[in-house]
Unconditional design. Structure first.
Length: 353
């Protein structure tokens, strides 16, 4: 049996699988199975499954490839490889600059694992859904013992995407969910994949039992839902009318974001900066040990409400600016700072310390 595979297609499959799970969870083998619409490559990981269908490839029988071999031949070049499969061996044949090359590896048996079922009900969402999931993955925590903050909460009752590390939270709304309850989704790097964005601009999203399902063009992804508790975030958006509101100019946002890491005090535990709304709008950093201070004036930005100066971890402020904020509400009471940051597309970033 002879199969012809394009190295570039193998490269796309390898890159997607490598971003799907941690390196320690990558598959040992890849199943290659002929389908009516082409040759399907399948990676079975611990709590994730990915299939990639190559419509240009063809094969008579199913076979497996060791993962190291997939990585070896996955190159971003439009080069073809002939694969001959027998009961004992898999032989790869190709040429480089007209010079024939071959490689033979032992033939491995097919896995008995089955694909999770595809949900009957799917919702078509724009690729902005994956952009939102990638943003949410920036606000997680791997060490919290009370709540499962390693995951992204998909709140079906409010069509929200929520993530938090216990100090900052990102609540994004406006994305239809195919369920009414809360489902915890792993914060996979697959959501930030440029290879997926090159395949299409629509995500077909569904949920069936224990599996979240995503389809983009010829790629199918299943992520097992995460069990655990997730905190309620509704209290953050209550009672914000009495805050002082800062409207951040887009040029000011870029100006501050590029300079936050260089403001004094970056080596301190909280790495705080101070948002000052006191006649002018400014972001200040100071280091009491070195007796240095720097103030960034936001000349185009304006605020409404009482004068106030509040501290905020510069990492959280930078995250919010990079998310595309345009409104910040601040309030200072009894040594507690509550900051509500309104982002693009009616999104919310919140921080309380």
């Amino acid at each position: 049996m002879k199969t012809i595979i394009n190295c570039h297609d193998l490269y796309v499959f390898e890159r997607l699988t490598s971003k799907l799970v941690k390196r320690s969870e990558l598959p040992t083998t890849v199943a290659v199975v002929p389908q009516s619409d082409g040759l399907q490559f399948t990676a079975f990981c611990n709590d994730a499954v990915l299939t990639f269908t190559d419509p240009s490839a063809d094969a008579v029988e199913a076979f497996t490839l060791p993962w190291p071999v997939v990585k070896e031949f996955a190159t971003n070049k439009n080069r073809h490889i002939d694969i001959d499969v027998t009961d004992k061996d898999v032989t790869f044949s190709w040429s480089i600059n007209g010079v024939p090359q071959t490689k033979t590896v032992p033939s491995l048996g097919l896995t008995d694992k089955k694909l999770p079922t595809k949900p009957n009900h799917l919702i078509a969402l724009p690729m902005a859904f994956f952009d939102a999931m990638a943003d949410a993955a920036k606000c997680i925590d791997n060490d919290n013992v009370r709540y499962n903050l390693t995951s992204i909460c998909l709140r079906g009752s409010k069509d929200q995407i929520i993530s938090t590390d216990g100090r900052q939270a990102l609540i994004q709304d406006g994305f239809d969910m195919p369920f009414d309850n809360d489902v915890l989704c792993p914060a996979s790097k697959i959501f930030n994949s440029k290879e997926l964005r090159e395949l299409g601009d629509t995500v077909n999203f569904g949920f069936d039992g224990d599996w979240l399902y995503f389809n983009i063009s010829n790629v199918n992804i299943w992520l097992r839902k995460v069990d655990g508790r997730f905190p309620q975030m509704d209290s953050f958006t209550k009672d914000i009318d009495d805050h002082s509101w800062l409207s951040v100019d887009s040029d000011d946002a870029v100006f501050v974001s590029e300079r936050l890491d260089n403001l004094p005090g970056k080596d301190k535990r909280e790495a705080s900066v101070y948002i000052g709304l006191d006649g002018n709008v400014s972001v200040r950093g100071h280091d009491t040990d070195k007796q240095t201070a720097t103030e960034l004036q936001l000349m185009r930005s304006r605020y409404e409400g009482e004068n106030v100066t509040v501290p905020l971890n510069r990492k959280y402020l930078k995250n919010a600016l990079d998310f595309g904020i345009n409104r910040i509400a601040t309030r200072r009471r009894r040594n507690v700072t509550k900051i509500v940051i309104r982002c693009r597309k009616s999104n919310w970033t919140l921080s309380e310390s």
